[in-house]
Design a protein around this ligand. Structure first.
Ligand SMILES: [Zn+2]
Length: 344
């Protein structure tokens, strides 16, 4: 059984490939952060090493050892481990040494399973040298070896690598699908599943992590409250906040990107409140606060600031002047109409 939620197209494609015995030697799984790319890769690794008639069975020794991360033939390189190990520039790259380590294992016969599977998460963070080294291997497929490369940003993966992989795209999942998946596959309490499914905002992988780690939900609440404080803050405090964001961005881009996503979700929710479409809110646990805040703006103001946030996100991707981008964004936080009245 494939325990992947809301990715019928990808799963059906892989299932058919397995049935026909037409596995690719390299896959590139593309999708937004935490949508479930690693879950799919793990499931695929299980499916091709499963001992049962209808793989993946999730029950045989191979399936269970792969799920537990203990199978000798399934190797995972995760960026999280890399991020903690280095300093500065090196921590955002997958190095030649790391690729060499796995390439060394490529030529060894599978130890306990049918295939050796190498899963590389965050393949957009490979250094050019590492990508070239990897490319040589996927250009000359090795029997019984499958590479599964995962990326949230396909544009940053060298075209030469992309062109040699079978591409599989994962799309954001609806909150209904996430809710159902949490209850069916992870036996989550329905009330909790409902909240997690909403605030996951299409990221099934995130909802699974947040179910077992309360800190994730708590951190999200803190980040939202930081933004809410800024909506009413004076320019001095906003600029201090912008400077902190820039500092953080230089250390760990993904944190600031997530914070900006939260800001975008918040303002999108304000728009939904305005058009009386609360059933689609992401931040359902802030329903009252959203209603109160929305009453101070008109649609045009909300749309304009959403545009500002999207612009800032795009400019950051293009690596322009980070300080200026953040300051302009903070400067443009729309003043509430009721605040203006108070001043007047
Ligand atoms: Zn199995």
């Amino acid at each position: 059984m494939w325990n992947i939620v809301g990715q019928e197209k990808a799963v059906s494609f892989l299932r058919k490939s397995l049935e026909k015995g037409s596995l690719a030697h390299a896959y590139l799984v593309v999708g937004p952060p935490h949508v479930g790319k690693m879950a799919l890769a793990t499931n695929l690794a299980q499916a091709i090493n499963c001992e049962a008639a209808d793989p993946p069975c999730n029950k045989c020794a191979a399936c269970q050892r792969i799920a537990a991360g203990k199978h000798a033939d399934v190797q995972v390189i995760e960026l999280a481990q890399i991020a903690e190990s280095g300093e500065g520039e090196s921590k955002t790259k997958i190095s030649v040494e790391q690729i060499d380590q796995i390439l060394h294992a490529v030529n060894l016969a599978p130890f306990e399973g049918k295939y050796r599977v190498f899963i590389i998460d965050g393949v957009e963070f490979m250094s050019i040298a590492a990508a070239n080294r990897l490319l040589k291997t996927i250009e000359e497929p090795v029997k019984n070896v499958v590479f599964i490369l995962l990326t949230a940003n396909e544009r940053l993966v060298p075209v030469t690598v992309v062109s040699r992989c079978q591409r599989i795209e994962l799309l954001p999942v609806t909150s209904e699908q996430i809710e159902k998946g949490l209850i069916t596959f992870y036996q989550v309490d329905p009330e909790k599943a409902k909240l997690l499914a909403r605030i996951a905002n299409g990221r099934f992988g995130w909802s699974v992590s947040a179910n077992s780690d309360d800190n994730l939900v708590q951190q999200r609440t803190e980040w939202i409250n930081d933004w809410r404080e800024m909506f009413d803050a004076d320019y001095d405090r906003r600029f201090t906040f912008a400077a902190k964001l820039v500092e953080k961005y230089n250390q760990d881009r993904s944190v600031v990107q997530r914070k900006l996503d939260l800001l975008l979700n918040w303002w999108h929710d304000l728009l939904l409140v305005k058009v009386d479409c609360q059933k689609d809110l992401v931040n359902i646990d802030f329903n009252d606060e959203l209603k109160k805040m929305a009453s101070g703006y008109n649609m045009g103001q909300i749309r304009a600031f959403i545009g500002r946030i999207q612009l800032a996100k795009e400019q950051l991707r293009q690596n322009s002047n980070h300080q200026l981008i953040m300051e302009v964004l903070m400067l443009n936080i729309t003043e509430r109409n009721d605040q203006k009245n108070l001043v007047a």
